[in-house]
Design a protein around this ligand. Structure first.
Ligand SMILES: Cc1cc2nc3c(=O)[nH]c(=O)nc-3n(C[C@H](O)[C@H](O)[C@H](O)COP(=O)(O)OP(=O)(O)OC[C@H]3O[C@@H](n4cnc5c(N)ncnc54)[C@H](O)[C@@H]3O)c2cc1C
Ligand code: SF4
Ligand code: SF4
Length: 421
């Protein structure tokens, strides 16, 4: 199928907070936008957070308003389960080929959940980073946009089963749905494909994937979230008991030539945020933050200063050498050299959270377009690809507020290309 709405249109690839912002800003000043998202729901990584720094509000605060702005704006056409296969052309006249995977659930879905009750197959929840399960037919998350169920066809038993089809009173499930292809003609293209957490299994001495009570910061967000796998209780994975002590290991793999040579800029703030909500939930919990340098610049300095006054939070300047597990209790001892005292420290804790960094998705799935990447896989926004822009964490690690500012500016660049031709 080919379609065209002329060159007063922008294609935004990636529907996280950055892509949604560029799409909304361009559409609200009169431009047509195609928003292409590969997941079954818009929102990106921020919908998996428990709370946002610096205000510590839940993700609903910022995300729902963006969903509403998209819902009410007829100039934005969004495509989920969609990926770009090719981009060709010149500024003002690009053809973008999009492949849309089958959702197997049509727009008649009312989100009644009857299909999920009937489905006999389980899968690991990607929303909960594998810590929880969903059925093969599931709602991506409770705020999902579009609010429509989806089938994971890698596990679904399809026609041999069809229990969901029988359970659905709205004729919303089509097990025979096929992928579709679409070519859109646009004036400019914006890449906003974001980031993924570093695969911490590669950091040998920190034992992620070997010791059950060593988790990453992204998993911590889900453990603490009221809609997470433990309904917001922070339980140690080995015995499901509520934690009494946690160690945060900063720069886990970051600023390290063997892993990620760069600083992901938000991990210190993410750990401080997590320490804050752990302390408010468990006032007796002891927190140890092992760091090389704390990066909390600008207005975030206040956040750091406040945490330092909490006597239950200890900042220890030193790189963690190793983590030892007690074979019986599964408690962990974190071993580091405290640079300020010159002494070796041993801290026994229930759980260790690795502050792992952000890996640009560009490094895995380079867009079939003329885009320049740096040595780490972040897309470089420069004049080598006129008419094609990059925004948010596709370009560099950043917090949400910085991504929104950048994405708003990127909307203007995308419009200037259209106006200028
Ligand atoms: C542990 C942790 C905690 C954090 N906590 C906070 C916080 O409290 N406050 C804060 O301000 N910031 C926080 N951040 C940073 C925040 O997560 C980022 O600023 C934000 O996710 C950036 O949004 P984005 O849209 O650029 O990328 P993403 O959120 O990654 O969105 C990218 C989107 O593009 C889609 N996509 C990827 N590839 C393709 C493709 N090929 N085709 C189509 N779509 C594609 C993805 O599915 C996704 O929806 C935290 C980061 C970490 C690591
Ligand atoms: S697919 Fe049918 S049964 Fe499942 S939630 Fe939607 S309307 Fe309900
Ligand atoms: S057809 Fe697939 S999604 Fe439907 S009930 Fe069976 S396994 Fe579940």
């Amino acid at each position: 199928m080919a379609t065209s709405i002329g060159n007063r249109s922008v294609c935004v690839i990636g529907g996280g907070i950055s892509g949604m912002t560029t799409a909304i800003e361009a559409a609200e000043v009169g431009y047509e936008v195609y928003l292409i998202e590969k997941a079954p729901s818009l929102g990106g990584r921020v919908v998996q957070m428990n709370q946002y720094f610096p205000k510590l509000c839940p993700p609903q605060c910022g995300v729902e308003i963006n969903y509403r702005r998209i819902r009410v704006n007829p100039r934005i056409r969004h495509f989920t389960l969609a990926e770009v296969e090719g981009v060709s052309g010149i500024p003002g006249n690009f053809d973008v080929t999009v492949r849309m995977g089958p959702r197997y659930v049509n727009e008649k879905c009312t989100s009644c959940n009857k299909c999920t009750d009937a489905c006999p197959v389980e899968r690991q929840s990607d929303y909960d980073y594998g810590m929880g399960k969903t059925k093969a037919i599931y709602l991506p998350h409770e705020m999902a946009f579009p609010m429509r169920y989806v089938i994971d066809d890698t596990v679904c038993l399809k026609e041999q089963c069809s229990k969901c089809v029988a359970a659905c009173r709205y004729d919303a499930i089509e097990l025979s749905m096929k992928p579709k292809s679409l070519t859109i003609n646009v004036g400019s293209v914006v890449l906003a494909t974001g980031w993924s957490p570093y695969h911490a299994i590669k950091i040998d001495n920190l034992k992620f994937g070997i010791y059950r009570n060593v988790i990453r910061n992204v998993e911590m967000e889900r453990l603490a979230a009221p809609n997470g796998p433990t309904k917001g209780k922070i339980l140690s994975p080995s015995d499901k008991k509520e934690i009494k002590s946690i160690a945060f290991v900063q720069c886990a793999g970051s600023r390290d030539e063997n892993h990620l040579a760069y600083c992901s800029s938000v991990c210190c703030l993410a750990s401080m945020k997590q320490a804050t909500y752990v302390r408010s939930q468990y006032p007796d919990a002891d927190i140890f933050i092992f760091y090389i340098d704390i990066r909390a610049t600008g207005r975030f300095e206040d956040f750091y200063v406040k945490l330092q006054t909490d006597r239950k939070i200890s900042f220890i300047k030193g790189k963690v050498a190793k983590i030892i597990e007690d074979e019986g209790t599964k408690a962990l001892t974190v071993v580091a050299e405290d640079i300020l005292s010159g002494k070796k420290v041993y801290r026994k804790v229930d759980m260790v959270v690795l502050a792992t960094g952000m890996v640009p998705n560009g490094i895995k799935a380079k867009m079939p377009a003329d885009i320049v990447y740096d040595e780490f896989g972040f897309a470089v926004s420069d004049l080598q690809s006129p008419g094609i822009y990059v925004t948010g964490c596709t370009k560099k690690p950043a917090d949400v507020a910085s991504c929104i500012q950048d994405a708003t500016g990127t909307a203007l660049k995308a419009i200037q290309t259209i106006v200028g031709v």
